[in-house]
Design a protein around this ligand. Sequence first.
Ligand code: S3P
Length: 747
Amino acid sequence: MVDVTDVSSVTPIIGRLTVVGLGLIGGSFAKGMRQSGLCTEVVGCDLDPVARRQAVPLGVVDRVTADLSEAVAGADMIMLAVPVLGMRAVLEQLAAMPSQTAVITDVGSTKGAVVKAVEEVFGRVPSNFVPGHPIAGSEKSGVEAARADLFKHHKVILTPLEDTSKQALALVQQCWQALQADVEQMSMADHDEVLAATSHLPHLLAFSLVDTLAGRNENLEIFRYAAGGFRDFTRIAASDPVMWRDVFLANRDAVLRSLDAFTQDLSRLRDAVESRDANTLLGVFTRAKSAREHFSTILARRAYMEPMQTKSINFVASPGGKVQGQIRVPGDKSISHRSIMLGSLAEGVTEVEGFLEGEDSLATLQAFRDMGVVIEGPHHGRVTINGVGLQGLQAPPGSLYLGNSGTSMRLLSGLLAGQTFDTVLTGDASLSKRPMGRVAKPLREMGAKIETADEGRPPLRISGTGRLMGMDYSMPMASAQVKSCVLLAGLYASGSTSVTEPAPTRDHTERMLKGFGYPVKVDGATVTIESGHKLQACKIDVPADISSAAFFMVAASICEGADLLLEHVGINPTRIGVINILREMGGNIEMSNEREVGGEPVADIRVRYAPLKGIEIPVDQVPLAIDEFPALFIAAACAEGRTILRGAEELRVKESDRIQVMADGLITLGVKAEPTPDGIVIDGSRIGSGSVESHGDHRIAMSFAVAALRAEGEIHIKDCANVATSFPDFVGLAQGVGMRVRLEENA
Ligand code: S3P
């Protein structure tokens, strides 16, 4: 990337650049390119004499003319920056000139109309034409507003066609990158649809609202009392009217689609106000509020924008530090997911306390909002769910995006298989690689229609046939997600549904179903439910997540002098493998104040430093500590002697291949770690320093942050943004107890 203020080190890649149209956008492009040093000469062309008079003194271009053929003579690149509807006239003149070898690009904010004009004028779209659109602007216009840095950190969308030349595309991309823009590619149709919804429609609304209010008799009063909301909402009504007129005419069809959908929703809201329908109003407002709050994460990823995630977050963990004090880690992830699911399907209002406000459980919450459930919150862990009953879900407007959350996808697939509407479940890059055949197979045996991508990967396309049959399913692997999926499908299946597990796995679904008054039979390793009953709303107190507490249990165990109290931690017997294993390694862990809250056992856990020794981890503890192994591997690295894990092949299909990724990181830090197909062998030793990859896996990231307590130097941990899926304030809490970990954000 070229710093537009420093051209000393840049070699020009373009001789002459001609910019046609020296308004804000064209002028800013010209000015930025001039300063970048990437071209030897920038020529401007504009019919407006004032713009021509100002362009050279303002440093926008080297020379300027009103004559297009003079401007483009000898140009290597031509940038068309005239309003969309003015484009055709310029193209016609260009087409009449001797054949162009220059790369031609544009900044038109609707791509279909520009490309159509090019096609009609030239007879086909020349391969040296690269359609583009910078998403930057301001309420100021004209060459006098041009800024060399206008595009810095703004998106520029290029919409190449099938036979657009690769070299031309690369050159245009390089120019925008030199202006520090984030360049994306999209299809022309997608671009116009997305922009119609996210840019054109809001501009139309802002123009319209200001016009409506300005036309009222009491307009002076209204504008005098205009509060911040009105100002924010209508800021864009000060934009260039001519440009916007052109945009709406050029992108007419896509705008109409968005406008019609909006008009329909608006009239529904009008009806709700008229009939005092508080539930509908709250439903729309809570859905919108959460969508707005999670705009940059969930919403931005859901639209075409997965690669647009701009910030990468790394951790830097410095050696040493303390582990001291008293903390409560966030709510249990498994229980939080289930509280939303069962609360939504219950009759009445369910109040949840201690809900985990992490991206994974929020993805579940959003999915139910998308299916018409009115959910208030979360606010400081409180969520109010207005249950719709087992038959009350509605078809979502689009696919359900579940981010990084395997639990959301697997559990939802069971209950969606029982609906009468179709759904599509998608996720981020990591979730899209995870095996879903394990849920699709039993669900198909129950009569569900589910399509997956290759090798049983997401997305899942579930047809709501409304006809499932109960069955007895013997699970090939110990998985609470599969068990829960089949049980939730069982709520909708004819007759009874049983699941038998090869080893005990977390039983939150069974416990919570009972808490909602739904009969569940547990007989040894087999759980059975029958359809035909109802879920009754209740209160849920989500305990702190033992999986999150585990990082601090290991931290306190390995850090000399440590003494830490973890409050209100869930100690369900199917989850306490980490305590059992650490104790067997010599850990000093005491539980006190044991009690039961809402059907789940809870305790305060005190952990003090103790020298650990390597052990052979008992295989029966594996499913009971399945999420805690990354942290336990750090304990093993700090223990004296060898730790051996077997029977844990499931770790290879978690958010990352946790055996390989942990082994790679440990080896980088100088620890002897040898992965095996179903486990790992770790020899306790000194921990060095270095840079490790978390592969976007939250638990790997947090584990290496803990390792720094015993490291000899800094540990840099890459790709830690997903810590927010399960433990949003990990760094804050870790610093609070004395650990020396900090965030490093890269744009
Ligand atoms: C979970 C079950 C486990 C666990 C996951 C949460 C659940 O997955 O790893 O983090 O909430 O049911 P498996 O069922 O795949 O073992």
